[in-house]
Design a protein around this ligand. Structure first.
Ligand code: C2O
Length: 528
């Protein structure tokens, strides 16, 4: 194992990922941020210098952070925000391997561009010798407006519209916006070259695909090339027939590795990433129809060596699975048999709820509790939470459990008409049930799949449906469990799970984590 050092400078720069120029909240001036590559067992030391003009934090999505809960990057839960012009160093070891990503967890900054891929290689990866080269590819929705005004609108009292609607789809930070639209009233380049991935006939390629969206469910496909799924969110999957797919569904924060075999005639083929807007729910049709330039299909090019530069003529695969759902479980059974524990020591039953607060702001929550104390000033929300940091506030949608080494079961009901991609920090979980029905009566415990359930860290909770998940409580700390639609996070659809609080409270916070809070509080005072 090696220690690897990185320096992230967070700064706002002007970029035009889809041709339309806007300020982008970037890491080192790049969108997506720099690719972090390392090996299982390595230590990452990442100095983050914040020059955004606003506080920020970085979360390492999917990384367990065992013994280092304070580097999980959730403001108000695990750390104080990094004030402007301050440097804070994240420092943690990687016991996992696979495809991960990092993003700001402060307000909606990641919607503005603060995201990047994090890849952990493993010399024991069962598929290591099944491909010649690999590519990392992100798919994302993209907004032309910075998130702050969208957020203010979204959390306004009496607001009845849906979530802010994206303007474009991107592959690896590149899209093609139709600049002739009347809304494109400043610099816009209608001819951004599509991202191109070079292959050689006869070789095999691993593509790691990450959905870094704020809102969008995506389908991903490469014309004429079925994809063999080999990894889901860090877990290698069985080499099953069902794992060969033509169209891959990815909700927000989900990741897959697939193997593509370059066995087609030498040519160029389209790579397609499409936002399936019917999966987003609560959309006002006017917004879509009024904006004819929305490009919901980002395209890239799979270029065979020797094919020349002519445009592809390939056609898209039809969708052959129910939309808005996770990939069929049979396609992603863990490579190593990994049954879920039979016995459960803690059980939580959660429901997604919707309530108007005193100001008539429609808040989402879990069991009628929302993780947002005030919405009047979005910038102050997390600052208020932060004041509760030192003694983790039980009023803030918090669930503590002290069972040492127990197995936790969460049943989550979603009686809304749209699905929610839920993510658990600090763990992977077994999905032992997922389906329609929003009461206990709809769940038959005898049908739980404990034998060979799917393992992930982010899963869709179907509209008018439920999931039942289990995980091992072997990681003391405060862990967020939340819908990854960023607009829903801002409306409070976040629970805090305080795992083994007694044990965690006995740990000593590192000096730099403490110092950051002192720094943060003094900055706050100076501002006043
Ligand atoms: Cu990507 Cu709280 O998560």
């Amino acid at each position: 194992p090696t220690t690897r050092y990185f320096h992230f400078e967070l700064k706002v720069v002007k970029l035009s990922p889809d041709g339309f120029k806007r300020p982008v909240w970037s890491v080192n001036g790049q969108y997506p941020g720099p690719l972090i590559q390392c090996n299982k067992g390595d230590r990452l030391v990442i100095r983050v210098t914040n020059n955004l003009g606003d506080p920020a934090t970085i979360h390492w999505h999917g990384i367990f952070q065992r013994e280092t809960n304070w580097y999980d990057g959730v403001p108000g839960q695990t750390q104080c925000p990094i004030p402007n012009r301050i440097t804070f160093t994240y420092n943690y070891t990687l016991e996992q391997s696979g495809t991960y990503w990092y993003h700001s967890h402060f307000l909606a900054q990641y919607v503005d561009g603060l995201v990047g891929p994090l890849i952990v290689h493993d010399k024991d990866d069962p598929y290591l010798h099944s491909y010649h080269e690999e590519y990392v590819l992100t798919v994302s929705d993209w907004y032309h407006s910075p998130s702050a005004p969208l957020l203010v609108q979204r959390v306004a009292p009496h607001y009845t519209g849906g979530n802010p609607y994206p303007d474009a789809a991107l592959i690896s930070g590149v899209g093609q916006y139709n600049c002739s639209s009347p809304t494109a009233d400043y610099y816009c380049n209608p001819n951004v070259p599509p991202p191109t991935y070079n292959v050689q006939k006869g070789k095999k390629y691993r593509f790691r695909i990450i959905n870094t969206s704020a809102y969008a469910f995506f389908t991903f496909s490469i014309d004429n090339h079925p994809l063999q799924v080999i990894e889901v969110e860090g877990t290698p999957v069985k080499n099953a027939k069902a794992a060969k797919v033509k169209v891959l569904p990815l909700h927000i924060a989900q990741r897959y590795s697939v193997i593509l075999t370059a066995n087609q005639p030498i040519d160029n083929y389209y790579i397609r990433a499409s936002i399936i807007d019917s999966c987003l729910g609560a959309i006002t049709n006017e917004t879509i129809n009024g904006n004819s330039s929305i490009n919901f299909n980002a395209t890239g090019i799979l270029h065979y060596h020797g094919a020349g530069s002519k445009k592809p003529t390939s056609t898209a695969y039809p969708f052959t699975f129910p939309l808005c759902q996770d990939l069929n479980a049979n396609a992603i059974r863990p490579y190593k048999d990994s049954p879920a524990p039979n016995n459960v020591t803690d059980k939580f039953v959660f429901s997604v709820t919707f309530n108007l607060n005193d100001d008539d702001v429609g808040l989402l929550g879990i069991n009628n509790s929302s993780f947002v104390p005030t919405l009047n000033n979005p910038t102050s929300q997390r600052i208020m939470l932060q004041e509760n940091f030192t003694d983790f506030d039980k009023d803030q949608n918090a669930y503590g459990y002290d069972t040492p080494y127990g197995c936790v079961q969460i049943t989550l009901f979603n009686n809304q008409t749209a699905n929610h991609p839920f993510h658990l920090h600090g763990h992977t979980f077994w999905i032992i049930a997922s389906g329609p029905g929003v009461t206990m009566a709809n769940i038959s415990t005898s049908k739980y799949n404990l034998k060979n359930p799917v393992i992930r860290d982010t899963t869709i909770v179907p509209a008018n449906g439920h999931i039942v998940i289990r995980y091992i409580a072997d990681n003391p700390g405060v862990w967020a469990f939340h819908c990854h639609i960023e607009w829903h996070v801002e409306l409070g659809l976040v629970a805090q799970l305080f795992e083994r609080p007694t044990e965690f409270s006995n740990r000593t916070l590192p000096d730099d984590v403490r110092a950051l809070c002192m720094e943060y509080n003094s900055h706050k005072k100076q501002k006043r």
